[in-house]
Design a protein around this ligand. Structure first.
Ligand code: GAL
Length: 652
């Protein structure tokens, strides 16, 4: 997509006196904002009580934004059902694994399977779409808000239980098939009918992993169905408008690729400092170094993931504007970082970066959360950052974004599987993928993140498949036909889709692909890594004991003499979780096999190619000499001695 990127903002007219709206719209337009997202939490103002609707104020707000030349993304308000509705049907509230009802008083307080709540959502979404669906200012809809946020995907309510039994019946047909798939002969867990199956919950020890896995699959499906319900209504009454959802960071509890099929645009909410505080596995020293900058790879990882969940069209719907209110600590971004984050999103292909929020609100849970304006309406840090971005955009002429150099397969079911059966306290799927992603970026590579059923990998020189739960036919044939370098493992192909160990043992691949068998695996304490011969790298958290067949060649072994990295034509199998040093060695070897040139970037420096531009971003605290790290080309803007928070664009 070669259109000019734009900036947007999230706005809550219902929080402010109507006398301010006109001036707000004027100031937004003057700043260079083009899109405004509104309405996603306004249910109690749209329907103050059963049978009473007031859409007039929203109509006036949309008209004012329209008159100022702004385009509107209208939110459906289903993430915040009002109190009167909850009181009418209290069994719509979610229930946690321990049977506690999650009550009213914040947001996302609903069960995805509750039929009565579905009907209420259908009603209000239909009414809103009929009223505003053809408004010339309304160019898109945001459906609900941040599914899964606050840990809300999985529900142990009665509605969920009934729906789960039906879902199982549909999946297995007979109870005998379910018993066989789950292996219920183990510990006498066999069922006589679907009605006797409960949701996996508190039991003397762990639940059957296959039972849990199906519950996680079911829960993901419930989110998809709930979203689809609204998507169908909006498509009908508001044709030609983009359907969008705002995903979250490090959120793997439902299948975002599947939801992407019902959307036009994937978006996500990027809070670099909050995420570094709350969602990072990085050591304390790293988090301290980047406390005001954010992790140099975390934003990019999600940009690359969400780009692939809806065929390339994606936005940042909420961009951190300053201190947030919800992390362990909430520092202010270093000057320059808000601009850097915004330009980085554009470098990864974002169409729009929209700041959260227009003005800091003086009441409610988020009163300590910054906005572009202070509560008194004076311009805050992010306002100036947004103005700088508008100037930057004048200098750039974005061309299309082709495939990256390298690809990583990311699979949601693998995340569920290893959450259910980590087999060692540190085995976390996101962390495994993120380690691999970071290693590719350290080598200066641009990365695409791909779904597990990708059928064609031919655009990529290097493909990584770490930690994949189970193979599927499309990916197997893509690997078979792939001429580039491929890295499989650790733990990939170690289960069947029924959550059983495959008959031929992992990695469960034909010997013409990889002639290697995982005879046994072990998990390792963090303080018990295993050395690798001829390298300073080590295996941590997870190690496999490999048997190598005639077609495979061991190219790296552990200090205790066991095969670790096996090579066969263009393919490699890695039998352990590599630390960063070992990952660099392995990635270098893959790139050499594929004829791909690499760099060795310092921690704070990251780059991305987009068309003819090479963007360089300095997350670090000291200036970095771009020439010295091998980056040369005509500088379109930025300096060769790239300062902290600096962005340079080279023409290549
Ligand atoms: C997001 C959410 C917004 C707001 C924001 C605060 O997760 O979508 O509504 O709460 O966080 O950072």
């Amino acid at each position: 997509m070669a259109s000019k990127p734009q900036i947007g903002v999230c706005y809550y007219p219902e929080h402010w006196p109507e006398t301010l709206w006109q001036d707000d719209a004027r100031r937004m337009a003057a700043l260079g904002i083009s899109c405004v997202r509104i309405g996603e939490f306004a249910w109690s103002r749209l329907e103050p009580a059963r049978g009473q609707q007031d859409f007039e104020w929203l109509g006036r707000a949309i008209d004012i934004l329209h008159a100022a030349g702004l385009r509107v993304i209208l939110g459906t308000p289903t993430a915040t059902p009002p109190k009167w509705l909850v009181d009418e049907m209290p069994d719509m509230l979610p229930v946690d694994e321990h049977g506690h009802v999650i009550g009213f008083g914040s947001r996302r307080h609903y069960c995805f399977s509750h039929r009565g709540f579905h009907a209420e959502c259908e009603r209000i979404v239909t009414d809103l779409a009929e009223r505003f669906g053809q408004h010339p200012a309304v160019v898109g809809w945001q459906i609900d808000n941040e599914y899964a946020c606050h840990n809300t995907t999985r529900n142990w309510s009665q509605a969920s239980l009934l729906a789960f039994r039906q879902w199982l019946k549909h999946r297995y047909g007979t109870i005998a098939a379910l018993n066989a798939a789950w292996g219920n002969v183990f510990w006498s867990m066999e069922y006589n009918d679907f009605q006797s199956i409960d949701l996996p919950a508190l039991a003397p020890t762990e639940n059957n992993p296959a039972h849990r896995m199906d519950f996680y699959r079911f829960s993901s499906d419930q989110v998809i169905q709930f979203n689809r319900l609204q998507a169908q209504i909006l498509r009908k009454h508001s044709p030609g408008r983009d359907l969008i959802h705002n995903f979250m960071g490090r959120t793997l509890s439902f299948d975002h690729y599947e939801m992407g099929g019902d959307l036009d645009i994937s978006s996500w909410d990027s809070y670099p400092l909050g995420f570094l505080e709350d969602r990072s596995d990085a050591p304390a020293g790293w988090r301290q170094r980047f406390a005001r900058a954010g992790d140099p790879d975390f934003q990019a990882f999600h940009h690359d993931l969400y780009r692939s969940t809806s065929n390339g069209r994606w936005w940042v719907m909420e961009q951190q504007p300053g201190p947030v209110n919800w992390a362990h600590h909430n520092p202010a971004p270093r000057d320059g970082m808000i601009r850097l984050w915004t330009l980085e999103a554009f470098a990864h292909g974002a169409e729009v970066v929209s700041y959260f929020r227009w003005r800091q609100v003086p009441f409610g849970q988020e009163q300590m959360h910054a906005g572009l304006l202070r509560p008194d309406g004076v311009e805050a840090q992010a306002f100036h950052a947004a103005a700088a971005v508008v100037e930057d955009l004048e200098k750039l002429d974005f061309s299309g974004d082709g495939p990256a150099d390298a690809a990583i397969i990311l699979d949601y079911t693998s995340a569920w599987a290893w959450e259910i059966q980590p087999q060692g306290a540190d085995f976390d799927y996101f962390r495994l993928l993120f380690d691999h992603y970071r290693a590719l970026r350290r080598r200066g590579l641009s990365v695409d993140i791909l779904p597990p059923d990708t059928a064609d990998l031919s655009a990529y020189k290097v493909v990584l498949v770490p930690g994949l739960f189970a193979w599927n036919a499309a990916l197997l044939s893509a690997l078979e036909n792939h001429a580039g370098a491929v890295l499989v493992g650790p733990r990939s192909g170690s289960k069947t889709t029924e959550f059983q160990i495959p008959g031929g043992l992992p990695p469960n691949l034909p010997t013409n692909l990889l002639d290697v068998t995982v005879a046994q695996s072990e998990s390792l304490r963090a303080d018990c890594p295993i050395g690798v011969s001829g390298s300073d790298g080590r295996i941590r958290f997870w190690r496999e004991f490999l048997e190598v067949g005639a077609a495979g060649e061991t190219v790296l072994a552990s200090d205790d003499g066991k095969p670790l990295l096996v090579h066969q034509q263009n393919r490699f199998y890695l039998g352990g979780w590599p630390d960063d040093v070992l990952l660099d060695v392995v990635i270098e070897r893959l790139c050499a096999t594929a004829g791909l040139e690499t760099l060795s970037l310092p921690d704070g420096l990251r780059i991305r190619r987009r068309g003819e531009y090479l963007f360089a971003f300095n997350y670090g605290e000291t200036a970095i000499d771009l020439d010295a790290v091998g980056l040369s080309g005509a500088l379109l803007f930025g300096e060769n001695a790239l300062p902290p928070s600096g962005v340079a664009v080279l023409e290549v």
